[in-house]
Design a protein. Structure first.
Length: 162
């Protein structure tokens, strides 16, 4: 079986956009409506000649109830079965209570966790990424999933962690 990279984070941070960036095509559904992805959806990806599975997940909120809770359980299952966890945060918004709750869980993970400071669309926004050191999960990787900025460096890092 291929190594598995799980993409997790609260709704609307750009997980599916990042998955499409990794795949180099539009496969994951991107929408402004939070919680579009309810299950885990896995795709086969290739980078630098290495094949791996990338799993897109729905919005993860550890404290969610109702439908949100079942979406979150799916995300948590994806994390438990992943070789590397990519935790996506919206650097334009900064760390929310939900991000902090998720980070608390991820700090206990026995899998490597890479924090993505997404939506760093230009150099000017790099300072927003540095603020996400506060999540306590190491160096935040500045990325613009939408424009591709930093995505190559991120993939190098992900494959190093596999
Ligand atoms: P998900 O719910 O985490 O899967 O988020 P989506 O991938 O569906 O994206 C949510 C919204 O954020 C969409 O409107 C995307 O176009 C937007 N978005 C995603 N990545 C970026 C980015 O790097 N920069 C900006 N400015 N917007 C982004
Ligand atoms: Mg999505």
């Amino acid at each position: 079986p291929l190594p598995v990279v799980a993409i997790v984070g609260r709704p609307n941070v750009g997980k599916s956009t990042l998955v499409n960036r990794v795949l180099g095509r539009r496969a994951a559904v991107v929408q402004d409506v939070p919680g579009v992805t309810r299950d885990r959806i896995s795709y086969e990806a290739l980078w630098n000649g290495r094949r791996f599975t990338v799993t897109d997940t729905g919005g993860w909120d550890p404290k969610a109830e109702g439908l949100g809770a079942s979406i979150s359980r799916q995300a948590e299952f994806a994390m438990r079965t992943a070789d590397v966890i990519v935790f996506v945060v919206d650097s334009q918004v900064g760390a929310t209570d939900t991000d902090l709750a998720a980070a608390r869980i991820l700090r206990r993970s026995d899998r490597p966790v890479i924090v993505v400071a997404n939506k760093v669309d230009d150099e000017r926004s790099e300072a927003n990424a540095a603020e996400l050191w506060s999540l306590g999960l190491g160096e935040p990787q500045p990325v613009s999933a939408l424009h591709g900025r930093g995505s190559g460096d991120l993939l190098d890092l992900v494959l190093d962690a596999l």
